[in-house]
Design a protein around this ligand. Sequence first.
Ligand code: COA
Length: 439
Amino acid sequence: MNIKEIYNNKLITVEEGLNKIKSNYNVISALAAAEPRELLSKLHTISDRVENVNVVTCLPMGAYEYFTDPQNKDSFLMEGWFYSPAIRKTHKNKNVSFIPNHLHLAATKRLDHRKTNVFVGTASCMDKHGYISLSLSATYEREVIDDADIVILEVNPNMPRTFGDTIIHISEVDHVIETDYSIPEFPVTEPSEKDKIIGKYIAELVEDGSTIQLGIGGIPNAVAAELMSKKDLGIHTEMFTDGMVDLYEAGVITSKKKTLMPGKMVATFALGTKKLYDFIDNNPAVNIMNGKWVNDPYVIGQNYKMISINTTLQIDLTGQCCSESIGHKQFSGTGGQADTAIGAQNSQGGKSIIALYSTAKIRVPGSEERKVVSKIVPRLDHGAIVSLSRNDVDYVVTEYGVAELRGTSVRDRVERLINIAHPDFREQLKKNAEELMIW
Ligand code: COA
């Protein structure tokens, strides 16, 4: 049989794909823009037939009925490595839950806990040698494919063909569903004045020849725009973003000075606009590699002058960061925040940076009103999750400046963090610090 015949023999319809899923099965879906939208948007149609199907996913882009409609509760339990707006809304129905993890160990630990019956994902079209590309993510997908009894991929000509650990042979895939929907985009917002100020402070910390990681969230994306004056930057990151494309096209990213995989921009997944998807398509300068390797802090540390730039929801006066919950309520996930921050500290000349606005306008429960609070607080909110230990924060940046925490005592940290808090909150923070006897 030639390769095309092998491929054709694997072709099934969405309904046939859904028929592979049985009660009590463990199903894992590919991440974010790599999620299989045809299968997931119709998964609820088998709810009369199945019960107790466990679906694990990470940062789903769609609000799929199988988990948003409480009527499907007995059929599906969704467990997430990273909450999205739709999961946050659904949480109250008790059919979704969060899996605590460091992203580089997420798959390994989960697969130790439960065998995968079915992996569902997406891929670009097959080449003449029988290879397809998992396209937008190799964060955990490769590991799960190796574990799964059944692998079903939605092959889509709109999915960029990427290189790295995304390339797999059709013989490793059990079933193929052909689709042609457009890929979900993650819009880029224009940097605000505050973003620009924060970006400029960060740019002062990034030396030419550094390798950078930019995390998820508004600020890291805006930072890219302020790095345009740098030379010979490299990329070793979890998420590949539009800002990185701009830096590459402007000649700022050359990957020449990289000490690990020189010449290559390395990421575990890509999420952004069509511009980004077109850029990574068939582009050997970008390698989408296994998250277990990319996000391993010891691997990250092999990059000289590795700079991790992430953001947080709340930080206490000693440097503990809550980046994934609002109080006890799960908001997003740890993702690779700790992986990348620890990795940067393992690197010669490396720096772990947390950038945040000094204040947030938060919702007042039970009303439409919002109130302004300091994001730098004496104590994290009751129940808040510490996503990043204070031991792993080298620099904190707000629109009021830079607090270098590396090697400092608690007393010094308190002072430095108060100095970059919003002026309206500084006196109160000083009083609180005195009361807590940390200053
Ligand atoms: N108290 C209460 N609510 C707060 C808050 C605080 N201190 N700070 C922010 N919020 C609210 C905001 O008001 C906003 O609410 P809204 O959606 O109702 O407007 C919401 O939290 C999101 O805030 P925002 O600052 O816009 O978040 P973001 O999109 O920039 O994302 C994180 C920030 C921290 C959630 C995100 O970066 C994250 O999940 N990080 C962890 C993972 C990570 O860093 N991975 C790194 C490798 S990719």
